[in-house]
Design a protein around this ligand. Structure first.
Ligand code: SF4
Length: 487
């Protein structure tokens, strides 16, 4: 199977290493900054017009927390209601099992081609390369996913996967892959080219794969929201529909959508309502060919979600509704873009979700890919306290490192041990201060600043200056003052 190493957390380099080429790519940074600015401005405007926004956030947060606290009950209810409506529910404990279930279902249908609605969960389990390696051609129908697929690129954002690509780059990809040499970069022309390319697929391929924004336990329904209508086409035209959803996507009642759809649309794309909200419940009995799927399967994916649920602080990660508001506002993401995160889930949500999906065996650098400014928490429509989870995960990484013999050779570990030794006794501390003052005097310029240090210190002064140490410490100055007053 041809996996995508760039977004496979088991193979991707650590974040600081992966971020370097992105930071050196001005075009990418310009594309990312422009796109996130536009989405953020739209979101801010629509959030401001809701006077009850904070109450909506609290409601959405409480709804998601309640669903997670009673997840077993609601999942079983979903299974019962979906099955009663003619659907089939499959349970997958991990990515490999989910991939195999989907492949077996496609083989039952003798499928050699499949159309897809954008689903991050399928990217999480590396479904496309797996199906391709099994001889099944996958066609993405979401415009951004199509750009990524034709450009042999990787998604860099969970709502706008091709956010890092600009119009002229899209024109080049379409011209090359669709054989349209004279294509202009007018958005209308580009979308028409995509529509023409996809129309034939919608009409000729009888099997589709989707994700789910929400699963409704009360009715056994699946909800998908999207902006282009490609999802609606995938849901209504094919004979067989396979939905892949993480187990955390369940909502107790149909009425809960009232709150969730309001916060999702505003947070994700800065719209009052998603242009297309599709809801379907199993298959209708006596359905006529061409009127919705006649075979409907839901694959419920665990893939470490149960173990995240078992941990009280980290559990809130599962409240996520994948709106990407935290990503758009994150000062780190806005500099690096999504590929640096080495996962299909970038930004703050990726920084907490990916290491947990990897059982903390991979992606340990991601909890540090944050300034802990808290902007993500402020915008999150379901009030996930991302900084709190980040700090908790950092503690876990530190605990892991403490177990490793290699720590004895780690400069940070050695430095901290030395600091511990020095800070333990006032006499040692004062001696160290005196020595540092004498040593640093050699590097302090006339303006009172240190502009460059040798050896390890060079990393610090490469990008910032250091204020030179004063000639006396505060304690020395204070002691001098006291003596003067006593006289
Ligand atoms: S963590 Fe919150 S803001 Fe970020 S994607 Fe999830 S729901 Fe949206």
């Amino acid at each position: 199977m041809n996996l995508h190493p760039q977004l496979d957390p088991t193979l991707a380099p650590p974040f600081p290493q992966a971020a370097l080429p992105m930071l050196r790519n001005p075009q990418l940074r310009k594309n990312v900054a422009h796109a996130t600015d536009v989405i953020q401005a739209k979101r801010a405007k629509l959030v401001a017009e809701k006077t009850d926004w904070q109450q909506l956030r609290s409601g959405a947060s409480a709804l998601r927390a309640h669903a997670l606290e009673n997840l077993g009950f609601y999942l079983e209810q979903f299974e019962t209601r979906c099955t009663a409506a003619g659907g089939h529910v499959h349970w997958a404990s991990d990515a490999a099992e989910a991939r195999q279930i989907i492949l077996d279902l496609l083989r039952q249908e003798n499928a050699t081609e499949v159309i897809k609605i954008k689903t991050m969960t399928s990217a999480e389990i590396q479904l496309n390369p797996f199906l391709e390696s099994a001889g099944i051609n996958v066609f993405e129908t979401d415009l951004a996913e199509l750009i990524i697929q034709l450009g042999e690129d990787e998604p860099s954002h969970i709502v706008v996967p091709a956010l890092h690509v600009n119009r002229s780059q899209v024109r080049e990809i379409f011209a090359r892959r669709m054989g349209l040499a004279n294509l202009s970069d007018d958005p209308q022309i580009l979308t028409t080219a995509a529509r023409t390319h996809l129309r034939h697929k919608f009409l000729s391929i009888p099997t589709a794969i989707s994700g789910a924004n929400f699963l409704i336990a009360e009715t056994g329904s699946v909800a998908v929201v999207e902006s282009e209508g490609n999802g609606r086409m995938c849901l209504t035209l094919p004979r067989t529909m396979i939905t892949l959803a993480g187990i955390e996507k369940v909502l107790p009642r149909f009425q809960d959508l009232e709150v969730m759809l309001q916060v999702l649309a505003r947070s994700a794309t800065g719209e009052r309502m998603n242009p297309y909200t599709s809801l379907w419940t199993g298959v209708a009995s006596g359905v006529t060919p061409g009127d919705g799927p006649q075979h409907f399967h839901v694959v419920l994916l665990d893939n470490q979600r149960s173990s995240i649920l078992a941990r009280p602080t980290e559990r809130q990660t599962l409240k996520c509704i994948r709106c990407a508001a935290c990503i758009n506002t994150c000062p780190v993401y806005r500099q690096t873009g999504g590929h640096a995160y080495g996962s299909v889930y970038p930004g703050p949500i990726g920084a907490i979700l990916t290491p947990q999906l990897m059982q903390m065996h991979h992606a340990q650098s991601l909890p540090y890919a944050s300034s802990l400014c808290g902007a993500c928490y402020e915008v999150c429509p379901v009030k996930i306290n991302i900084p709190e989870v980040l700090i908790d995960l950092r503690a876990k990484v530190t605990d892991q490192e403490r177990e490793q013999p290699a720590r004895f050779f780690d400069l940070m570990y050695i430095g901290m041990k030395m600091a511990n030794f020095i800070f333990a006794r006032p006499a040692r501390f004062h001696a160290a201060q005196r020595l540092a003052r004498i040593g640093l005097r050699l590097f302090t310029r006339r303006d009172g600043w240190i502009h460059s240090l040798p050896s390890l210190g060079a990393k610090w002064t490469q990008t910032r200056d250091l204020c030179g140490l004063p000639t006396q410490t505060f304690r020395e100055w204070y002691a001098g003052q006291s003596k003067t007053e006593a006289k």
